[in-house]
Design a protein around this ligand. Structure first.
Ligand SMILES: [Zn+2]
Length: 172
C-alpha cells in the first residue's frame, strides 16, 4: 500500500491538498517548525526543510501534519486521493505462521543456541536446545532452501517433541 501511494501522490500534491502554501518552485513554509520564510523544498518523492532539517516521503509528511502513525497516514492518503488498495497476499503472508516461516525463525534460534548454549566445561549437562541445534541446523537450512512446507511442518513437529519434552524433563 505504501508503495502504491508513493507512486500515485507526489509530496507536492499532498502538501497542496492539505493546505500548505506551495510556491511555483516547490517551496513552502515548513509545517514542522516555526517558519517565517519558505524553507521547505518539496520534490516529487520527498521533502526537505533547509531550516530544521526534517525530511521524508509523502506518508511522513501526512503523518507529521496530522500527527498520525505512518499506517494511519497511509489510510488517510488513500481515502483523500481515492487510491484503492487491497491487502496483498504478500503482506497477509507475513502475519501468518506458515511452516516455512516457523522453520525460518527456528533456524535463526538454532544459530543462536549453538553459540549461546554451548557447554563451558565438558562435565556440564548439554542443553537439549543446544544438542538439537547441533544435530539439525544443517537439515533445517536444507529444508528452507527447498521451501518444502510439508517437510518443514514435520520438522517443526519433531522439534516440539524432542526439545520441549527434553526441557521439561530437565526442569523437573
Ligand atoms: Zn522546518
Amino acid at each position: 500500500m505504501f508503495e502504491k501511494i508513493k507512486s500515485t501522490v507526489t509530496v507536492k500534491d499532498a502538501a497542496e491538498h492539505y493546505g500548505l502554501d506551495v510556491s511555483r518552485t516547490g517551496k513552502c513554509s515548513c509545517p514542522f517548525h516555526d517558519d517565517d520564510e519558505p524553507s521547505m523544498k518539496l520534490n516529487d518523492n520527498y521533502y526537505y526543510c533547509f531550516s530544521c532539517g526534517v525530511s521524508g516521503d509523502v506518508i511522513d509528511l501526512t503523518a507529521g501534519i496530522f500527527k498520525l502513525s505512518k499506517y494511519q497516514a497511509a489510510l488517510k492518503l488513500c481515502k483523500d486521493f481515492g487510491i484503492e488498495y487491497t491487502v496483498s497476499n504478500d503482506s497477509v503472508g507475513k502475519h501468518q505462521n506458515t511452516p516455512i516461516q516457523l522453520l525460518k525463525k527456528l533456524t535463526n534460534d538454532m544459530c543462536r543456541w549453538k553459540r549461546s548454549l554451548a557447554p563451558i566445561d565438558c562435565g556440564e549437562l548439554l542443553d537439549p536446545y543446544f544438542v538439537f541445534a547441533c544435530v539439525n541446523l544443517e537439515q533445517a537450512e536444507y529444508i528452507l532452501s527447498e521451501k518444502d512446507a510439508e517437510v518443514a511442518s514435520e520438522f517443526m513437529r519433531r522439534f516440539n517433541e524432542s526439545c520441549q519434552g527434553g526441557h521439561t524433563n530437565e526442569l523437573r
